[in-house]
Design a protein around this ligand. Structure first.
Ligand SMILES: Cc1cc2nc3c(=O)[nH]c(=O)nc-3n(C[C@H](O)[C@H](O)[C@H](O)COP(=O)(O)OP(=O)(O)OC[C@H]3O[C@@H](n4cnc5c(N)ncnc54)[C@H](O)[C@@H]3O)c2cc1C
Length: 468
């Protein structure tokens, strides 16, 4: 039995764990042991489908201390005019460099890859090597759970519907390994993975009529043009201004979404169908135009079972054929996890604390852990922003995010850190406050922030009081 003493045991080696650890290391002299079942850091990106890319710019992804990508603006393709977005191999390489060139040389970090966290008892935390079975006891001042919002991805996901023998059902990962063209493609799911899959098939020359898309509920999408940092940060500040103005006026979550659609921040795939889902995917207008060419959309609820001739859904059946390829895109991606206190004695549970990205949230928590002593204070500064996935819950989501933002902005040291942290999409906006687009956004934010917080408090309080 091996024994290790450390300050923090971080369980998980994904984007959340890495951003938290990076921020903690930079603001303290803490020692950290990172444990992951996977062999390298990077989390779900290590098993992602080959055509995945970040849906937000690389410029605001990763860890704060090391840039990801070159901050280049793409000149062609569906992302033209927007900051570059890394693919999975670039992201995995990046996290390896963060570990090998930054964390390990600091002498303060140990990485135990292919190790499973098994829990704790009075003696310490227990992890086991998945290669040798060797047990290690880790005694740490604090446990950081960076698995609570762990991603659910197609290649590690078992569909919840039955699949008869002989039916061709694959994860998107397998689309690049076909032996022969299938008789058609049925894409199952309404989220970002399904959209990526349809767009990749279309880009690769598949006729839209050969794609059947099972989309139980349509999602609200973020316009990528509203989510640009650095030289284009004015677009992000305008998005924030629209967001806060909508929060000041909205009567409920759906009303909030419609207001953001009216201001160009939210998009829908089908102009005739009002979305009910909100999971925060970001898309460009060109990608959206391509998706709209897929006309064979099935809206009969979720799939219950597939056999060689028929797909059974909640509200009816559709035909399929023995040589059709079914692509399962039903893994949740971002996991819907109920909010729980983030800082609780010797345990930190990493969750979203902003509306924009796991790394920015986790870095904020790492910085708070290093610079604040009191758990109640840290929890006040970083209330969890939980996703239900339902657009009807957008006001609760919005209230939590804005409460945290307001609390952190009121503390000068945190405001200064946020302004320079590269993971913050709004970073640098203050220096550009003289630009008309940014000045107008700041004016709007100052006008609407107070009314928004009052409206949200009243509406969210009302919703909570009327729920069982
Ligand atoms: C396809 C896809 C695209 C996305 N694109 C973006 C994007 O552009 N921008 C954005 O901000 N977000 C995006 N996301 C959201 C995504 O969830 C985050 O960006 C981020 O990568 C999640 O990192 P994580 O560390 O929270 O989870 P994960 O990457 O899932 O890492 C959790 C880790 O915990 C480990 N683990 C779990 N249990 C144990 C245990 N008992 N012992 C040891 N290890 C354990 C797992 O092996 C895993 O490696 C995307 C998600 C998906 C699925």
């Amino acid at each position: 039995m091996r024994e290790i003493d450390t300050d923090y045991l971080v369980v998980g080696g994904g984007a959340s764990a890495m951003a938290f650890t990076d921020a903690l290391l930079h603001a303290s002299d803490a020692r950290v042991v990172l444990v992951d079942r996977r062999h390298r850091p990077g989390g779900h990106w290590l098993d992602a489908y080959p055509f995945v890319r970040l849906h937000q710019p690389s410029a605001v992804y990763g860890v704060s201390s090391l840039p990801l990508g070159q901050n280049r603006i793409d000149e062609s393709g569906p992302n033209a005019g927007f900051y570059e977005r890394a693919d999975a191999s670039e992201i995995c390489d990046y996290y390896s460099r963060v570990l090998d060139e930054q964390f390990l040389p600091s002498g303060r970090v140990r990485f135990l890859g292919l190790h499973d966290y098994r829990g704790d008892d009075g003696d310490g935390h227990h992890v086991m090597s998945l290669l040798t079975g060797q047990q290690t006891t880790i005694r740490a001042r604090k446990l950081v759970d960076a698995t609570y919002i762990e991603s659910e991805i197609p290649s590690r996901h078992a569909p919840s519907y039955s699949v008869a023998a002989g039916v061709h059902l694959v994860a998107p990962n397998q689309l690049v390994n076909l032996d022969a063209p299938p008789g058609g493609f049925t894409v199952i799911g309404a989220g970002k993975t399904a959209m990526d899959t349809c767009n990749w098939l279309l880009d690769a020359g598949v006729d839209p009529d050969r794609i059947q898309w099972i989309r139980p509920r349509d999602p609200w999408l973020f316009d990528r043009g509203s989510f640009q940092p650095l030289r284009l940060v004015g677009s992000y500040m305008q998005m924030q201004a629209h967001w806060v103005k909508a929060a000041a006026q909205a009567e409920d979550g759906m009303d909030f979404a419609r207001r953001l659609e009216a201001s160009g921040v939210f998009l829908r795939i089908d102009p005739e169908v009002e979305p009910e889902v909100y999971r925060g995917p970001i898309i460009s207008a060109r990608e959206l135009d391509a998706l709209r060419t897929v006309k064979r959309v099935v809206r009969l609820g979720r799939v219950r079972g597939i056999d060689s001739r028929r797909i059974e859904l909640e509200h009816g059946d559709v035909a399929t054929q023995p040589d059709a390829l079914h692509v399962d895109c039903t893994a949740a991606g971002v996991r819907m996890a109920a909010a729980r206190p983030i800082f609780a004695g010797d345990r930190i549970t990493i969750q979203y604390v902003t509306i924009t990205g796991a790394p920015w949230s986790a870095a904020t928590l790492g910085h708070l852990e290093a610079t604040r002593d009191d758990d109640a204070d840290k929890n006040r500064l970083a209330p969890p922003v939980a996703w239900s996935g339902n657009a009807s819950d957008l006001l609760q989501f919005c209230y939590a995010a804005m409460s945290g933002l307001s609390a952190r902005t009121s503390e000068p040291d945190l405001a200064t850190w946020s302004e320079i942290c590269r993971l913050n999409p709004a970073s640098g906006a203050l220096q550009r406050a003289g630009e008309p687009e940014i000045a107008a956004a700041f004016t709007s934010l100052m006008t609407n922030f107070g009314p928004a917080m009052r409206n949200l408090a009243a509406r969210v309080g009302k919703a909570a009081a009327s729920s069982p």
